[in-house]
Ligand binder design. Structure first.
Ligand SMILES: NC(=O)c1ccc[n+]([C@@H]2O[C@H](COP(=O)([O-])OP(=O)(O)OC[C@H]3O[C@@H](n4cnc5c(N)ncnc54)[C@H](O)[C@@H]3O)[C@@H](O)[C@H]2O)c1
Length: 430
């Protein structure tokens, strides 16, 4: 398989060309023949023109690549090595929603041939690949797992907006259904991952490794958010506390903040689900989720209280929210917790303007029914919330905020980026 791919006697297909799938497909397509398959035709058409619908990669990334973008099952069937990178979201009850994963599995199963490889990259709970996906592959293809086709799991570690830790310079975890699969899959990823691969003991280990990476971040951020609630009651700044504590060699550098997006705020629920299946009720993981999911409401209530103390009339008070994406320097608004702050403030009758240099206004409207404005209105704001630390916001200073604000306005700096530079305004951060 490895030689056939290298000699371009067969192709590797990436199924699901989003934040994860497109970069891996393009990187591999510099060395081997790749089929980029996605069910979303609009996205496929954009990629055919050298455009990344996620806005992460520039046009240069498409140059000198051997890749066929398609939604056609017939074209997909020319591959022998399938990499599945479709979304693994949660539903309204915070339960794993495996619909896209199982649907992509069915697609691949329908074209699977003897000798083929299927590698999952989507984040899942330990056991999902072998217990949920493999039976479907076997049933639909009529082939026998491990004998007729091989399966592996290799989680993705890319971090949207991060230009330092990339696919090629970050060690990739690889696993396979047997020794042979592990070796071949590792060699295929080694074609592009210069940092090398870590051969995991088995598929469940690789699945668990990915889920604990994100769960660990979630729990640690939850701890910092809890600290921030306590610090606020004491009347001290959390970031000052963390600066001081961070001088110890083994103090971990985590900060309070909103945990949104489709990874850190989602993946722990996959682990919780697996744990429940095994009759264990995880306390720490759920506590982290509870604290982090509550932060939007907490921030909004805190601001309302502060405005009341300043004698402001909450009904119709004017608030400017700067940043609505789920994190800094990305355009992705999915599962943004800034929206929790906005919705809670709207519930109190506050009037809100929202700006963001990266978010697409149509997407924001379609997803949340909220309007983005181009730039702050001339009206004076009672509170300005810098909700996301986009790089464009770092150069702003107190004079800028004062020019937009009423006399006794609050600057709520969620990520604490201005905490040493605000002298006159009423300042609050997590
Ligand atoms: N985005 C990240 O930073 C990141 C990092 C590590 C891991 N992950 C994981 O990687 C997986 C993919 O995430 P993403 O952010 O790339 O998702 P995404 O939403 O950006 O992209 C998914 C793509 O899959 C396509 N798709 C959906 N169902 C399909 C199907 N049945 N067949 C073919 N294509 C289909 C969609 O049209 C879309 O283009 C998820 O499991 C996620 O948790 C994401």
């Amino acid at each position: 398989m490895y030689n056939q791919l290298l000699n371009k006697h067969t192709s590797l297909a990436v199924v699901g060309l989003g934040y994860v799938g497109l970069p891996i497909a393009l990187e591999l397509a510099k060395k081997i023949s790749v089929i980029g398959f996605d069910i979303n035709n609009d996205r496929v058409e954009k990629m055919k023109q050298g455009l990344d619908p996620c806005g992460e990669l520039d046009n240069k990334s498409f140059i000198d690549t051997d890749i066929l973008f398609t939604s056609s099952l017939e074209e997909l069937s020319n591959a022998s090595f399938y990499v599945i990178a479709v979304p693994t979201p949660i539903d309204d009850a915070n339960m794993p929603d495996l619909k896209p994963l199982l649907s992509a599995t069915k697609t691949v199963a329908s074209v699977l041939k003897k000798g083929d490889y299927v590698v999952y990259e989507s984040t899942v709970y330990p056991g999902c690949t072998e217990e949920d996906c493999v039976p479907l592959l076997e049933k639909i293809s009529g082939l026998k797992y491990c004998n007729d086709f091989k399966v592996g799991y290799s989680p993705e570690r890319i971090n949207p907006g991060d230009k330092i830790h990339t696919l090629t310079n970050t060690v990739k975890i690889v696993s396979g259904c047997d020794e042979e699969a592990l070796e071949i899959i590792s060699k295929v990823y080694e074609i592009v991952v210069k940092a090398g691969v870590h051969r995991a003991a088995n598929i469940k280990v690789a699945e668990a490794a990915k889920i604990i990476e994100n769960t660990q971040r979630d729990v640690n951020i939850g701890l910092m958010n809890e600290l921030s609630i306590i610090c606020s009651r004491i009347g001290i700044n959390t970031f000052d506390v963390l600066d001081a504590a961070g001088t110890k060699w083994n103090f971990l550098k985590f900060y309070p903040g909103l945990v949104g997006g489709h990874c850190i705020g989602v993946d722990p629920y996959y682990l919780v689900h697996k744990s429940h299946q095994l009759k264990y009720h995880p306390q720490i993981i759920n506590s982290g989720r509870f604290v982090n999911d509550s932060m939007g409401g907490y921030i909004a209530k805190k601001l309302v209280k502060e405005m009341i103390k300043l004698g402001k009339n909450i009904m119709g008070a004017k608030v400017l929210v700067m940043g609505i994406t789920f994190k800094e320097d990305v355009s992705d608004i999915r599962n943004s917790k800034v929206v929790d702050i906005i919705k809670e403030l709207l519930d109190y009758g506050v009037s809100i303007d929202i700006i963001d240099p990266n978010a697409n206004s149509d997407e924001v409207f379609n997803e949340y029914g909220l309007e983005l404005i181009e730039k702050p209105n001339q009206i004076k704001y009672d509170t300005i919330v810098v909700a996301v630390s986009h790089r464009e916001y770092y150069s702003l200073n107190e004079d800028y905020f004062k020019s937009l604000a009423t006399q006794n306005a609050i600057l709520a700096d969620i990520k604490g980026i201005y905490r040493n530079s605000i002298k006159d305004m009423i300042y609050w951060s997590l």
